[in-house]
Design a protein around this ligand. Structure first.
Ligand code: CTP
Ligand code: MG
Length: 239
């Protein structure tokens, strides 16, 4: 009993970093792009560790691995490496395949996060909220923020307004009971559907997704303008 109350199994984060960053258009893969001299990947892993993650599985491009390894040479937690796939969901699946062997009961209950390396400034409080919600019994947990733009949906003959108040933008890290994540990705792979995030995979598998409060600071570095924001955050000591 006691060993389950103080479950020693560390929280693992799968950090997907195998994209090219075509919209950013930098001369290195996006995860290696420095902000104030420190690569996004290095920053992302530090934020996860500060939020309670005990181990990371980094999914990186197959070619040119050396600078990725260098970026995490002084990582605050142990690092395992997985090979990137053609789409994000394949990269996540490669990370799942590297989850450690554990006794079945421990494995099923282990908390696993999936995080975009490009969300390098996620506050530790958001990481902690996601972990706590999984520990409290949720199958899948997603940090979200309100949508600030007005939104219009394109339809056949024009466009129509969408009620922004009922919309939320989805961030990472998303958190799961390991058994739930493994089952969801297995079902997605079997069926051949495309999913844009892991919570969508879990929903496809017939389970509930729980929302927690995200943060504007957990924005995904996507376009050149995002790097200006990132530099400003660091200059102001917010990261
Ligand atoms: N990612 C991945 N494997 C892929 C595609 C994306 O690991 N085949 C990762 C990226 O490295 C990123 C995260 O998924 O950390 C979110 O993807 P996105 O922001 O779209 O990054 P890129 O695909 O690299 O950027 P772009 O779409 O502009 O090329
Ligand atoms: Mg992409």
């Amino acid at each position: 009993m006691g060993e389950h109350i103080n479950n020693p199994v560390p929280v693992v984060a799968i950090v997907v970093a195998a994209g090219s960053g075509s919209r950013l258009g930098a001369d290195v893969p996006k995860a290696l792009v420095p902000v104030a001299g420190v690569p996004l990947l290095t920053r992302a892993v530090a934020q996860l560790a500060a939020g309670g993650v005990g181990e990371v599985i980094v999914v990186a491009p197959v070619e040119g691995r050396e600078p990725f390894v260098d970026a995490l040479a002084d990582a605050p937690v142990p690092v395992l490496w997985a090979d990137g796939g053609a789409e994000r969901q394949h990269s996540v699946a490669h990370g799942i395949a590297l989850l450690p062997d554990l006794p079945e009961a421990d494995a099923d209950a282990q908390v696993v996060l999936v995080h975009d390396a490009a969300r390098a400034f996620v506050p530790p409080e958001v990481v902690g909220r996601v972990i706590e919600a999984v520990r409290a019994g949720a199958d899948a947990v997603v940090p979200v923020v309100p949508v600030s733009d007005s939104i219009r949906e394109l339809v056949d003959d024009g466009s129509t307004v969408v009620d922004r108040a009922s919309l939320r933008a989805v961030q990472t890290p998303q958190g799961f009971r390991r058994g739930v994540l493994e089952e969801a990705h297995w079902m997605v792979a079997e069926s051949g559907v495309a999913v844009t995030d892991d919570a969508a995979a879990v929903e496809f598998s017939g389970r509930q997704v729980t929302l927690v409060e995200g943060s504007r600071d957990a924005f995904k570095v996507t376009e050149p303008l995002d790097l200006l924001l990132a530099e400003a955050l660091v200059a102001q000591g917010r990261a």
